[in-house]
Write a protein that binds this ligand. Structure first.
Ligand SMILES: O=C(O)c1ccccc1N[C@@H]1O[C@H](COP(=O)(O)O)[C@@H](O)[C@H]1O
Length: 214
């Protein structure tokens, strides 16, 4: 692959995995604040992990349809660099959060078929970055982090993006090269694909994932 691909390792919950991500060259580390997730962190635990992240690596908080009160509490406790909105937040809500907290906001967009691509334009007006993820199955407990990929051919040939974007959904050390080749992504995000069990990050898989992108 030519040029450096920026990697986000999401759903970190333990210092060994965080260190593996940072040492291998992750550009972003993600903490999940969603109680239904096996990767959920309480703000105090996230603050301890965040304190170990060096300058230059962005600390991203993943939330799902969070209220202002929840976001207030999170941001009072944890030093963060970016908010990842992974719920059904409307464009107006994304704009409101961005202005209220003064942090860059990345909006997740779920893709299952070509009709879902319209949301890319909709959110490009209000978000700093977009996260293009697989749409969760109907009745899934989690709106992301399901280890599911979408049909990457849907993005092939798309040349013009108004915002920086990341590819997510079912990425692994084995398929990330092909995913980047097909979509032209310059940034990738992974959670389940670098775990040994749901919510348990595997430092060796984190290292293998980042190495694969180099
Ligand atoms: O990781 C989670 O538990 C999670 C919970 C709620 C919303 C999103 C979540 N994860 C994000 O989903 C995508 C894809 O994850 P995966 O690699 O397919 O497991 C990624 O952006 C995670 O940040």
């Amino acid at each position: 692959m030519s040029g450096e691909i920026s990697v986000k390792i999401c759903g970190l919950t333990a210092p060994d995995a965080l260190l593996a991500a940072v040492d291998a060259g992750a550009r972003y580390v993600g903490f999940v604040f969603f109680p239904k997730s096996p990767r959920h962190l309480e703000p105090a635990a996230a603050r301890d992990l965040a304190s170990q992240v060096p300058v230059g690596v962005a600390k991203v908080a993943l939330t799902v349809d969070a209220t202002d009160a929840e976001l207030d509490r999170l941001l009072e406790t944890v030093p963060l660099d970016m908010l990842q909105l992974h719920g059904k937040e409307s464009p107006a809500r994304v704009a409101e959060i961005r202005s209220r907290y003064g942090l860059p906001v990345m909006k997740a967009i779920g893709i299952a078929d070509a009709a879902d691509l319209a949301a890319i334009d909709l959110y490009s007006d209000v978000a700093d970055q977009l996260l293009i993820d697989a749409k969760p199955p109907r009745n899934a407990d989690l709106p992301g982090g399901n280890g599911l990929a979408f049909d990457w051919r849907l993005l092939a040939g798309r040349k013009y993006w108004r915002r920086p974007w990341m590819l997510a959904g079912g990425l692994t050390p084995d398929n990330v090269v092909e995913a980047v080749r097909m979509t032209g992504a310059r940034q990738v995000d992974v959670s389940s694909g670098v775990e040994s069990a749901p919510g348990v990050k595997d430092p060796a898989r984190i290292e293998a994932f980042i190495r694969a992108t180099r």
